[in-house]
Every structure is written in structure tokens, then in C-alpha cells.
Design a protein around this ligand. Structure first.
Ligand code: 5AD
Length: 486
């Protein structure tokens, strides 16, 4: 059987999509190649969020064409995911050696398409169409193949985003918000737990919007349409879950959003130890979600809450839908509910029109909130997004300089916050050997900090207590305190 090598760029959603694609291929008898040098099929799962990410994948494909294609003329080459979605046929026009371009709603077609390409029945395939029900097709996992058991897993709960932030290409690459049903997600989670998974991260581009636009559902028995696509049964509505989170004034307020109902349902799964999710949006971050942290012991004390800017003027230009005060208010409430909560964020520097004063407000927000970690992005113009056309684009050099200044502040704060753990006892979920030093093991605290310690394979998957002895850059070092093998 053919072997396939998949290289993934970008976010956790992309990692998850690649895993599902690999699992679907393995289920059909494909093997996973250890490197592109020996693969019959090479797929690049791409990211479009910044130009840099696109260039990386394109350059990689150029190199693959030069090396692999020359050595093995029959090798099948494909782009999948976000850049495939936004560029489509253009990618083959530019790189005629590419055989397959597969959009974000078509991952589940990969087996059929590769079979056709490998058999020579078709020469090129570009499929970037929308497909109803595709949100429910990212569900296969590659667990326990021949490697040690997986402790953590990602579960995709929804696809797409309707927020239309002015800088962001995601609504165009991932499409409209579509959510899987609660039973569908819970079934997948249950299965993972029965296979030994202890921690699940629920994934979506904007999880706070989960279920707000209804639920689509794929019916695997649905007839194929004339174009050969499965016809999803859209709009199987669960009325109870569609109640708006906020009703008009005077009416009784619905207390729980669909997302919190999903958290409740996943929390019920016996044997599951920890729940995480990413990414929420501050606009939809209701009190019900804050209260869930206090109420649900398996929901660990970590919130990744992208802020993007500390300036209200810039937040408005970005179409974020909240103010700095609202953001800070959410963080305050989260810290009231869970004082040890780890807070991470995404920040963009050099958004069009961002002045020195606006940027200083971002610096002051970073100091005010004291993030444990922040991912800083230099603004990148994306095709078809409103911000790309805005006046006062910030010169590249200033974007670089602001990136550097913010990084210094973020690192200084993180250093302080990580150092504060030294001497404390904390609970880890042990994930596996450290990448840097396989003789040591790594685990993650509930607040999402990586801890490296002297341990062995037998600790994998265990919750254990360690004493933190040292803090490094975004890493803690620990000594097993009580080998509390719960
Ligand atoms: N330029 C720079 N950063 C961006 N992001 C999204 N779009 C852009 C862009 N055009 C960042 C945001 C988002 C993260 C995943 O990527 O901070 O939260």
C-alpha cells in the first residue's frame, strides 16, 4: 500500500485536521511514511493566517518538487487546508507539479482522491467547494498506532467563524460557523477516554459561538449528490440548545450558552480527567463560562483569550466587538473564580493606523493583565480582508520594532510569573518524554505550564504531584513530590 507523509503548518485545528486525514488513510491501508524522502504521497496542510505561513508552505513544496519529484516521478503532491482553500487552482497554475488541492471542507475526501490520482484515473484534482455537514467529518483519531498511548487529544467541535475581524482571513478559509451536535462531540470524547485519553481540548475557531447558529449533521448514509458529494442533512435543530444566550431586556435571561452546555456534557464522562478549549472570543465570553471554571473541576485553570490590542480605537478598527475594559473585566472575574488561572493571549502589532499611543496602550494592557504567555503577531495584510485596504499601513520596520518591544515586556512578566512557581507543589498530567531530552519526562500543570522532571515511561498518563525547583523560559522543572498515582 502507498505511504503518505503529512506536514502541518499553523494552528491546533490544522494539527487536528492532519491527524484525522492520517487516520482516514491508515484505516484504508495506507502507511505513514517516516519522512518525505520515502513517501509515495506528500501532503502539506497549510496555514493562511499570515503571509509568512503561506510562503513557508510554498517554499517547502518547491523543495519537495526539486527533491522528491525528481527522485520518484510518480510521487503524488498535495496542498490541503487554509491556503489550499483560499488559493485553489492558482496553486497548480504556479506549481504545475502539484496534483491535489484540497480545501478545508474536503479533508474527508482525501482517500478517494488519492486513490484516483495514484491509479492514474485523474491527473489533477482541485476541490475547494463548500460541503454541508463537513464540520462533523473531522472525527477519526490516530491513537496508539505503534507508539505509546496518547494521553491528550483534540476534538473539533465546530468549523468556521462569522466574526469577520478586519485583519482575519479565517472566515474566508474556514467558512461560516457550523457546529457539531453535543451528542456527536460527546460520543467522540467518550471513545477517546475509553482508549486511555485523560485530557481533551475542544477546538474551534471561535468556540464561544458554538451552537449559536444551529447544528448541522452529516448523515453517513446520505445519498451522494450529482457532483459526487455527500449531501449533509443541515439544520437538525436542537431547539433547547438554540435559545439565545442573551434574550432581550425584561425577558428571563438564558443562563447557559450552548458551549457551556457542551462543557457540562463532556464533564460527565467518567475517566476523563481534564478539559481544555481553544479559542474563545471575548465578545461571547459570558458569565456562564466564567462560572463553569468554578463549577466544573475537570475544566482546568487556563484561559487562552486573544485580545489583539490594548487600544479601544484599534479594537474598533479590528471589528473585535469589545473594549479593553470589557476584556480586563473578564480576566478579573476569571481570577476571582480561580486565582491560579493561567492566562494566555494573542496580540497583533502594527495593525493599520496603530499609532505609538495605541501601541503603548497594548504595552500597558500587557502590564496590567500580566499574561502568563502571549503570542505576538506582526500584522500581515491578507487578501480580501478590509484591513488590507485601510489607510496608514504601518511600515514593516515599525512592526518589527513594536514586536520586539512587546516581546520584552511579555517575557519579563512571564519570567516573574513562572519564577513564582518555584517551591510550590503542583499537579501534572504526564504526557511523555521531553523533546529536548528524551531521558526526562514532561507534563502539564492545570494552568498549562510545561514541567520537565526525572521520570519514566511508567508515569505517562498519570496525574502526579511535583515540587517545582526551577523556572526556565516558558518551562518549569520539577521533582516528583508525592508519587500520587491517583
Ligand atoms: N496578521 C497578523 N496576525 C494575525 N492573526 C490573525 N490574522 C492576522 C493577520 N492578518 C493572529 C491573531 C489570531 C492569531 C491566530 O493570528 O492574533 O488570534
Amino acid at each position: 500500500m502507498p505511504s503518505v507523509y503529512i506536514k502541518t503548518y499553523g494552528c491546533q485545528m490544522n494539527e487536528r485536521d492532519s491527524e484525522a486525514v492520517a487516520a482516514q488513510l491508515v484505516a484504508k491501508g495506507y502507511t505513514l511514511a517516516p519522512s518525505e524522502a520515502v513517501a509515495d504521497v506528500i501532503l502539506l496542510n497549510t496555514c493562511s493566517v499570515r503571509d509568512f505561513a503561506e510562503q513557508k508552505a510554498i517554499n517547502k513544496m518547491v523543495n519537495v518538487i526539486a527533491d522528491a519529484r525528481r527522485a520518484r516521478p510518480d510521487v503524488v503532491l498535495g496542498f490541503m487546508g487554509c491556503m489550499a482553500q483560499s488559493r485553489g487552482q492558482e496553486l497548480i497554475d504556479r506549481l504545475p507539479d502539484v496534483d491535489l488541492v484540497l480545501g478545508t471542507q474536503k479533508f474527508h475526501r482525501v482517500v478517494d482522491y488519492l486513490d484516483e490520482l495514484l491509479a492514474g484515473r485523474r491527473e489533477k484534482i482541485v476541490d475547494v467547494a463548500e460541503e454541508q455537514g463537513s464540520e462533523a467529518t473531522i472525527r477519526e483519531h490516530l491513537l496508539n498506532g505503534n507508539s505509546p498511548k496518547s494521553v491528550t487529544a483534540f476534538v473539533s467541535i465546530m468549523q468556521g467563524c462569522n466574526q469577520y475581524c478586519t485583519f482575519c482571513i479565517v472566515p474566508y478559509t474556514r467558512g461560516e460557523e457550523r457546529s457539531r451536535t453535543i451528542p456527536d462531540v460527546v460520543t467522540e470524547c467518550r471513545q477517546l477516554v475509553s482508549q486511555g485519553v485523560k485530557e481533551i481540548t475542544l477546538l474551534g475557531q471561535i468556540v464561544t459561538s458554538y451552537g449559536k447558529r444551529g447544528f448541522g449533521k452529516i448523515d453517513s448514509l446520505a445519498p451522494r449528490g450529482t457532483s459526487g458529494e455527500r449531501v449533509g442533512v443541515r439544520g437538525i435543530l436542537e431547539n433547547e440548545l438554540l435559545t439565545p444566550a442573551l434574550s432581550s431586556p425584561g425577558e428571563e435571561r438564558e443562563k447557559k450558552s450552548p458551549f457551556v452546555k457542551l462543557l457540562d456534557a463532556v464533564h460527565e464522562i467518567e475517566g476523563l480527567e481534564r478539559i481544555r478549549f481553544t479559542s474563545p472570543h471575548p465578545k461571547g465570553y459570558g458569565d456562564d463560562l466564567i462560572e463553569a471554571y468554578a463549577r466544573l473541576p475537570k475544566l482546568v485553570e487556563h484561559a487562552h483569550l486573544p485580545v489583539q490590542s490594548g487600544s479601544d480605537r484599534v479594537l474598533k478598527l479590528m471589528h473585535r466587538g469589545y473594549t479593553r475594559a470589557r476584556y480586563v473585566g473578564i480576566i478579573e472575574k476569571l481570577r476571582q473564580a480561580k486565582p491560579d488561572i493561567g492566562i494566555s493571549t494573542d496580540i497583533i502589532v502594527g495593525f493599520p493606523g496603530e499609532t505609538e499611543d495605541d501601541f503603548e496602550q497594548t504595552l500597558s494592557l500587557a502590564r496590567e493583565v500580566e499574561f502568563d504567555q502571549a503570542y505576538i503577531f506582526k500584522y500581515s495584510q491578507r487578501r480580501d480582508t478590509p484591513a488590507a485596504e485601510m489607510p496608514d499601513q504601518v511600515p514593516q520596520q515599525i512592526r518589527e520594532e513594536r514586536n520586539q518591544r512587546l516581546l520584552e515586556v511579555i517575557n519579563e512578566i512571564a519570567k516573574r510569573r513562572y519564577s513564582a512557581f518555584v517551591g510550590r507543589q503542583t499537579q501534572l498530567l504526564v504526557e511523555g518524554p521531553s523533546k529536548k531530552n528524551p531521558a526526562r519526562m514532561t507534563g502539564r500543570t492545570r494552568c498549562n505550564k510545561i514541567v520537565v522532571f526525572d521520570g519514566s515511561e511508567r508515569h505517562r498518563g498519570q496525574l502526579m504531584d511535583v515540587q517545582i525547583t526551577r523556572a526556565g523560559s516558558f518551562t518549569l522543572y520539577g521533582d516528583p513530590f508525592v508519587l500520587g498515582e491517583h
